[in-house]
Design a protein around this ligand. Structure first.
Ligand code: AMP
Ligand code: MG
Length: 393
């Protein structure tokens, strides 16, 4: 059976950046991917800047009483130069006047009765941030492919980018298969259950930067599946189907995809849960068939679909990093020939706690889950305190 790492490598290999760009207002750029490098249009700081509130003066004068000649607020230009025996009171962020080479911190200065000031210390740092110390004009400040976080929004603002060139969101269609499914607003009757996957997937797509196109519940018939997939392949970039990919009599997804010319890259992976996970491609379009069970679907989206969406968006970091955390309790499992994805949460002590769950349909267990830990193939017993690989969700 295909190992997870190989499955991910195949997905990434077939996920080609869309290269469709659009401009968004800086306010709306959070979570988008930069489509072009960004350069600074100016030095930063743009002038020699006071790093503290205090008195700008000449270092050679700091043991003398100094006459205060002006007060410089942030946002004001100094009017006077510093000459021997003088200083200017200056606020953090204001331009340093000509002639000054240091700023005495206000905390270390006393005012004399004649209005002059005196430094109480013996030596001082310069307390001046020189022009261009942080960034030079025309310097590269952000790379294309960066996922825009709030700190990047600060950077964009600082270099005057109020309209940001970002990759368009990939259109990701969600088709849920299953004759047993009804939408949340209906009370299931008899053999029916509510469709929870579809909504979970829409949330996941939205959160990772894709544009969800919720198609709806598709009957377990070849005709209905074929029509829905064909239309989704035309209108979007990625098609996600849930359910219908395993070995049941009415699991038509693989057959329908083949008939539509989709090349099936893999049909199952050595993971638990989520073994019957399908990945296929038609030209540049991608198709994922995720298991119907909500926990399997949640995890396989995180592990495989999310990196694909990010790669289509041009992200240079499509996969999330794992962290290593100590287990909060002993943990054991029976299955050892597949990679275990164990639903878990990171507790307030920074330990990883497996969540008790009794099968991949146990949605209620999900409400506590904020992470998954990886139980490697071959490993069945884990001791409290042992470090394991963890992925935050
Ligand atoms: P399947 O992969 O179609 O064999 O479905 C596996 C299990 O997941 C069955 O118990 C289904 O009823 C359930 N299931 C399938 N689709 C959904 C869905 N959209 N929401 C909740 N459960 C589902
Ligand atoms: Mg089904």
């Amino acid at each position: 059976m295909l190992q997870f790492e190989n499955a991910l490598a195949r997905v990434l290999e077939h996920s080609l950046p869309l290269k469709r760009v659009e401009e968004v207002a800086l306010w709306h750029s959070l979570g988008r991917v930069l489509a072009a490098n960004v350069f600074s249009d100016m030095d930063m700081p743009p002038f020699n800047k006071a790093a503290v509130d205090g008195y700008a003066c000449r270092r050679t004068d700091i043991s003398q009483n100094l006459t205060v000649t002006e007060v410089i607020a942030a946002g004001q230009l100094p009017q006077l130069s510093i000459v021997p025996g003088t200083c200017s009171k200056i606020m953090t962020g204001a331009p340093v006047p000509q002639g000054a080479d240091c700023i005495l911190m206000v905390e270390e200065v006393v005012e004399n009765s004649d209005g002059t000031i005196r430094f109480l210390g013996t030596d001082t740092k310069s307390n001046i941030a020189p022009q261009g110390e942080d960034i030079r004009k025309d310097e590269l400040v952000l790379n294309a492919g960066t996922f825009i976080a709030p700190s990047h929004m600060a950077m964009l603002a600082a270099v005057g980018v109020s309209q940001v060139v970002v990759s368009q969101k990939p259109i990701v269609s969600v088709l849920v298969t299953g004759n047993e499914l009804v939408e949340p607003q209906y009370k299931p009757q008899g053999s029916q259950i509510r469709n929870s996957n579809g909504h979970q997937l829409v949330g996941q797509i939205d959160r990772c930067g894709g544009l969800p196109n919720y198609v709806g519940i598709i009957d377990d018939s070849k005709e209905a599946t074929c029509r829905a997939v064909e239309s989704a392949l035309t209108s979007g970039d990625i098609v996600i189907l849930t359910g219908g990919v395993s070995m049941g009599d009415f699991d038509y997804v693989p057959e329908v995809l083949k008939n539509l010319g989709v090349e099936i890259v893999f049909k199952s992976i050595a993971v638990q849960p989520g073994k019957p996970t399908l990945f296929g491609k038609l030209n540049r379009k991608l198709v994922f068939g995720l298991p119907g069970n909500p926990i399997s679907s949640l995890f396989q989206f995180e592990m495989l679909v999310k990196p694909a969406i990010r790669k289509l968006m041009g992200s240079t970091q499509p996969t999330d990093a794992n962290i290593r955390l100590p287990l909060a309790i002993d943990y054991s499992r029976r299955m050892k020939d597949r990679l275990g994805l164990v639903p878990a949460f990171i507790n307030l002590n920074g330990e990883i706690e497996p969540v008790n769950y009794h099968g991949s349909a146990h949605i209620f267990a999900l409400s506590q889950v904020n992470a998954v830990f990886f139980a490697p193939i071959g490993a069945t017993h884990f001791k409290k305190g042992e470090l394991v690989d963890v992925r935050q969700l």
